[in-house]
Design a protein around this ligand. Structure first.
Ligand SMILES: [Zn+2]
Length: 45
């Protein structure tokens, strides 16, 4: 019996949604997750 848990993690720092608030965004029709700490980095560069 396989149990699948979809772990949402920040793409930048790999922290899970248990540790940091994660924001879902779309880029080139793909789903991505970034935490609020890394979000400024995403915006600026
Ligand atoms: Zn992060």
């Amino acid at each position: 019996m396989a149990i699948f848990i979809s772990m949402k993690k920040c793409e930048n720092c790999q922290r899970s949604e248990d540790e940091v608030p994660l924001i879902k965004y779309y880029h080139r029709q793909d789903k991505h997750y970034i935490c609020t700490r890394c979000l400024p980095m995403l915006i600026h560069g």
